[in-house]
Design a binder for this molecule. Sequence first.
Ligand code: GLU
Length: 502
Amino acid sequence: MTDANRPVRTRFAPSPTGSLHIGGLRMALWAWLFARHHGGQFILRIEDTDQKRYDPNALQTLLEALRWVGVDWDEGPEVGGPYGPYVQSERLALYQEWAKWLVDNDHAYYCYCSSERLEQVNKEKQAAGIPPGYNRRCRYASPDELAALKAEAEADGRSPVIRLKMPREGKTLFPDLVRGEVEFENESIQDAVLLKGDGFPTYHLAVVVDDHFMRISHVMRGIEWLPSAPLHMQLWKAFGWEMPQYAHLPVMLNPNGKGKISKRKPPVDAKGNVLPVMVHDYIKGGYLAPALANLLVGIGWNFGDEVEVFSMDEARERFNDFSRINPSNSAFPMEKLEWINGLYIREKMTPDALADALRAPLEAAGLNVDMETLRKVAPLVQTRIKTLNDVVDMAGFFFKPEFTPPPVEKLIQKKMDAASTKRALEACIPVIEAVDPFTADKLLGAFTELGQELGLNNSQMFGVLRVAVSGQAISTPTFETMEIVGREETLRRVRLAIGLVS
Ligand code: GLU
């Protein structure tokens, strides 16, 4: 599995086009866990050679997403390292040098064909029912023909590209850590462009050059790159460099099992919930980083022992090889997202840590948070919320500058009317005045008794009070809420409610 002479070095190599996609994060987590298991290094490399898609803010957003989840990199942007720079657009000279080396050593060639000509070739191939692709004219052109093609390109102001001379015969047997040996017919593989006319490398050249110079031991990347693997193998051979081991990893599919998860068309479940796709949607959506990491790592990787809930420390212990990875793509289990987030809120946070975490969503909702109250509220919502943002609807009323009285119909409980509601509320006043100390326990006892006296069941008695005091039907538990709100304010709100049903 691991070559004892080669220290384990994995990398995550995203193209920064915005926040990080959860599919990318899952790859990053796996590569990071594997490196950490072996006491190796995890490298972050930015693949920004596709300048058309370049977004200058994207890098910061990407780094922020990784840091939020707790994925740290030993080498890469902002950290540096011995094999930098770690941003591909700053390494162009290196790619150009090695592309030229390939030409000089007869592994690659200049191609002068214009894009119009390539299109024409594809059209002709299509018409003849042959798969599209370059017909290798410049590879086999005679010196005279080539000189003419070159002159034509120069006259048009076009720079040539450099293409790999892929062997035309035989097979490439590609060793993959997840899939075993994968066989490819060389004839089916294109003479891929390595260096574009503008001097930028394609992925194929840059990835091999960088994986070599960054001493990557294990290339862990998505299955979509498997078709390019023989081409990359050919490049390793041509350069005469020791090839790293490869693991082509399954990707994550939409919850319905069809297609990759798209940020433009995010999946929606039967209840109309939209699946957050980018890491920043999770941050904004009130999800916990360890819950998301847990869920993602477990999609297509089996922790074992039927354990679904695990920390990254526990996952790292077990991420020694690729045997627990299911080679097939897996659907995102959308139904587990809220479940696991709720579980982490309930079971993996202290009430104080939860209080700290709840501050941001409350403030984002425009509420004035006082931490003393929030520390009392946090344990009440802890078992009831699925995302941090749920606190706003459930307990935001504690932090409103002005109490918003409930609509009358919310005050009136099942099998009650305005008159019985009014009677119940009026009966509450002396009890609220008398309960001493004014604690949830005492209040529970007192109002259970009052309910019995009034012939109301607990859900009616407690319900009417809860709505009167919180202003809403779904909130924190009645008596804890009253205790936090305090006797005076409780009285004021109950009187207000009496006014509403009168
Ligand atoms: N930049 C490529 C991507 O985002 C990286 C693939 C790889 O890991 O080699 O898909």
